[in-house]
Design a protein around this ligand. Structure first.
Ligand code: VGL
Ligand code: ZN
Length: 207
């Protein structure tokens, strides 16, 4: 049962990450009913939205000769290249139509710098540029974060690891997440989260 110092962070439940979308996560839309049931049990809900300008550096199409899911070196280190996805203002970038967005206190958009990707809701992939979410949550006295959404092995993983490093207690609501699983990335993500004292729970155990 989440207390008064808890917040639910819903990562990137957007059309492009759901079946039929540009970067579909297998079974991605299955998280929606579980997340909608979780929301009323939290004093605060934050939604994130991957929100890229056209021609974003994370798009394979921005790198001549490169294909989606290849990794390239960019200024801040390795960057996986993705199909064009979550372009600002498009239907693909919109939340899944059944997600109960009215419950959200904050919608945080990320990945807006054309030259820097942002998996995490806290820091961009340069690992330096803050999004402001840590200050928002701390300012409200939030100390415990529950994570759900898409994708477990990218944006959920990086968000939860950053939250732990910032001192928040973190729980992954495992059945309210789905992963991409690129070259075993899902198993590695689960292992990393366990190593960093992120707890795992099922949605039914939260409420
Ligand atoms: C994501 C890849 C690219 C995610 C976002 O939300 O996990 N993955 N952009
Ligand atoms: Zn993205």
């Amino acid at each position: 049962m989440p207390g008064s110092d808890a917040a639910l962070v819903v990562i990137d439940v957007q059309n492009d990450f759901c079946p039929g979308g540009a970067l579909a996560v297998p079974d991605g839309d299955a998280v929606v009913p579980a997340i909608n049931r979780l929301m009323p049990h939290f004093p605060r809900v934050v939604l994130t939205q991957d929100w890229h300008p056209r021609g974003h550096l994370s798009f394979a199409a921005s790198h001549p000769g490169r294909q989606p899911f290849e990794t390239v070196a960019v200024d801040y280190g390795p960057q996986v290249l993705w199909p064009d996805h979550c372009v600002q203002g498009t239907q693909g970038a919109a939340f899944h139509p059944d997600l109960a967005t009215a419950a959200a206190a904050l919608i945080l958009r990320k990945g807006m710098n054309p030259k820097v990707d942002s998996y995490s809701a806290f820091f961009e992939n340069d690992r330096r540029t803050a999004t402001g979410l840590a200050g928002y949550l701390s300012g409200l006295g939030v100390r415990r974060l529950y994570f759900c959404g898409l994708a477990t092995d990218f944006c959920v993983l990086y968000s939860a690891l950053d939250a732990r490093a910032l001192g928040f207690a973190c729980t992954l609501v495992e059945d309210a997440c789905r992963g991409i699983d690129l070259d075993g990335s899902l198993g590695m993500a689960v292992q990393k989260m366990r190593e960093h004292d992120i707890e795992f729970t099922a949605a039914a155990a939260v409420v």
